[in-house]
Design a protein around this ligand. Structure first.
Ligand code: FA5
Length: 336
């Protein structure tokens, strides 16, 4: 006994719907569509067979076949829309450009530890009411020595192993061996009160070792006002040490000598491991220096300090050898 057209239809519709739902892509769906509803499909064959039925059965059969066709056709259309939508989403996703995305392979650099130290120092000092000033790296003998109370004959000249530039009178032009000339330039143009720091690069004829470089950085500080005392200097150095290094570091002043300050002191910091590091020199601005720039030492007094930024950066980061800063080994620099 052959199955009735109704049973055939139900089976065809059920199987058809399953195949449509399972079609993984548009090409597969097209194939299923042709097989289910095309000219050579079973459903078309069923329709052709209607002619052999009785007229009343023919009508009911025709309606059932049409209903099944419509159901299958709607399922194909729905699945097609679904697959097309997924395709568009996939394409959009593939073509998406996220401009805010940081790819893990694109490594961002950062500023050199010495540049960062200078910026940090500027922040600390501007927070204490200081301005920031700059001066040239190539200097004249006047600014680097004479105006700082160090005449040519002065034995203290040997404190700075100066690199001279072959320009003008021999010995008249040089690479500044310290940032103190910027004090002179500032005082020449700015009437007191002066509260300023002056960071910059300096140069000395020096053989590098773990604590010395031939090209390094200093930051100079200068205060000129009425009634400034050595107590103000000591207080400023102390406030700076705590602000920059934190409470685990402390500072001390040792008597010393600089021709441009009187009295003079050496400024050391004590690291958390208990060792001391000579960071810089300081003192009360010598009256001769004030006179050299036309400031009356009877009316104004001041203090100055100058210390090594590179030494400060390495001690802050616990680096044993200062030369590491400038060998430009990325594996070293990336740690900061
Ligand atoms: C001076 O250069 C004075 N101009 C400092 C000063 C300013 C004194 C204002 C008084 C008033 P000195 O030569 O000591 O001083 O150098 C100051 C600091 O620079 C040193 O304490 C050290 O921290 C740093 N320094 C000196 N030489 C080197 C070097 N070769 N490499 C790295 N850092 C150095």
């Amino acid at each position: 006994m052959t199955p009735s057209p109704t049973e055939d239809l139900q089976r065809l519709q059920q199987l058809g719907l399953e195949r449509i739902a399972a079609a993984p892509d548009l090409a597969a769906l097209q194939q299923v569509d042709t097989e289910l509803l095309g000219k050579r499909s079973e459903i078309t064959a069923l329709k052709a067979g209607l002619g052999q039925l009785e007229p009343e059965q023919r009508k009911a059969g025709g309606q059932a076949i049409n209903a099944a066709r419509t159901t299958l056709q709607q399922a194909v259309d729905a699945r097609r829309a679904e697959l097309e939508g997924a395709g568009r989403r996939q394409q959009l996703e593939a073509e998406r450009l996220d401009l805010t995305e940081r790819r893990p392979s694109a490594r961002l650099g950062h500023l050199h530890p010495v540049t960062r130290a200078i910026q940090h120092l500027e922040d600390v000092f501007t927070g204490m009411g200081f301005t920031v000033s700059e001066g040239p790296e190539v200097e004249t003998d006047w600014y680097a020595f004479e105006a700082l109370n160090i005449p040519t004959w002065h034995p203290a000249r040997s404190m700075w192993d100066t690199i001279y530039v072959d320009l003008g009178e021999p010995g008249s032009t040089l690479l500044r061996p310290h940032t103190s000339p910027v004090q002179i330039r500032l005082m020449e143009h700015t009437p007191p009160p002066i509260y300023s720091v002056m960071p910059g690069r300096v140069f000395r004829q020096e053989t590098s070792d773990a604590t010395h470089l031939a090209v390094f950085h200093q930051i100079e500080g200068l205060v000129v006002d009425r009634g400034i005392t050595f107590g103000d200097l000591a207080g400023t150095i102390d406030a700076f040490t705590k602000a920059y290094f934190g409470d685990r570091f402390s500072s001390r002043l040792r008597p010393s000598y600089f021709p441009f300050t009187e009295p003079s002191a050496e400024f050391d910091i004590r690291r958390p491991d208990g060792t001391w590091l000579e960071l810089g020199g300081c003192g009360m601005v010598h009256p001769n220096v004030l006179q050299n720039v036309g400031i009356d030492p009877e009316e104004f007094s001041g203090f100055a300090f100058g210390f090594g930024v590179d030494r400060l950066a390495v001690s802050r980061h616990g680096v044993a050898d200062i030369r590491e800063l400038f060998t430009n080994d990325l594996r070293f620099l990336e740690q900061f």
